[in-house]
Unconditional design. Structure first.
Length: 292
């Protein structure tokens, strides 16, 4: 379990801002920090990692204080059980895939753990390549494998998929879910992508100007409670959930998520990431796929 109660004065392009966060995250949970640029998401991640010093408060992980301003405790990043993946992946260009994954491991365990991660991440055939010979998606998988090598208590992801195209993002989201289920690190993801939030997160904290404005499951936080009975919108499917004999389809329209009931027949043509048209007919919303 992670208990975070921290504050930090930030100087932004829009002037001074106080970042305030108070939350409890369960062991093995997948949490997303969502909000506009400059809201404080990455700074919060850096405070958990020990890369940025909070002004006040405490960060306690599984009963151990990583930071406590009252008791003057501040563990270094090396003393914290974390794995971190940045937007640019930060791979060592002079090392191979296998060497990048195993760089922080003790020699006696390196071969076994690297071999396991190469297999799990589907990187066996790329083990001897260097980063400049890899695609963006392959570099991302190497960065994830390296972050998991030390079996960290917390995995910190700072928009790791933002530079990839839609199809690659969807594929790697599936791989990230698989890795999370296999190794079960408590995971904090920074993301601007609502589709990604719905696919990956159990809970989401929405930050705006340094404050948590909403929190809960993605459905609770983003789904509209009311839908106009006369509308016609294009959107993107972000989540599909069975509900008895029908399906609840969550569709991203602009910055809002609407829920539409779909039959078994309608569900057959829908996948996450699919562009769709939502329209009303006799006050009942209809959902139709769009030509690509």
């Amino acid at each position: 379990m992670i208990e975070i109660a921290v504050s930090k004065r930030l100087h932004t392009a829009e002037g001074p801002m106080d970042l305030l966060f108070n939350g409890i995250i369960g062991k093995g949970e997948f949490i997303t920090l969502f909000g506009p640029s400059g809201a404080g998401k990455t700074t919060l991640l850096r405070m958990v990692a020990g890369l940025t010093l909070p002004d006040a408060g405490a960060i306690v992980v599984n009963g151990q204080a990583w930071f406590d301003s009252t008791r003057r405790i501040n563990l270094s990043p090396r003393q914290r059980s974390i794995g971190m993946v940045f937007q640019d992946y930060a791979l060592f260009p002079n090392l191979t895939v296998a060497e990048n994954i195993g760089i922080a491991l003790p020699k006696e365990k390196r071969s076994t753990i690297v071999s396991e991660l190469l297999e799990v991440a589907g990187l066996q055939e790329l083990a001897g390549r260097k980063p400049d010979k890899l695609s963006g998606g392959q570099r991302q998988r190497v960065a994830l494998a390296r972050a998991l090598a030390l079996k960290p208590a917390i995995l910190l992801l700072d928009e790791p998929l933002s530079a990839l195209d839609l199809q690659m993002r969807l594929k790697l989201q599936d791989e990230l879910l698989y890795l999370h289920q296999r190794y079960q690190p408590t995971t904090l993801l920074v993301s601007h992508d609502l589709s990604e939030v719905f696919r990956l997160s159990r809970r989401v904290f929405v930050l705006d100007r340094g404050e948590v404005t909403r929190s809960g499951s993605p459905t609770e936080v983003f789904s509209q409670s009311k839908i106009s009975n006369k509308f016609r919108f294009n959107g993107e499917v972000v989540h599909i959930k069975p509900s008895g004999v029908v399906y609840i389809v969550h569709v991203l329209v602009g910055q809002d998520v609407v829920q539409v009931i779909a039959s078994e027949q309608e569900r057959a043509s829908l996948t996450v990431g699919k562009r769709v048209l939502i329209a009303s007919k006799a006050f009942n919303p209809l959902i139709m796929t769009l030509e690509e």
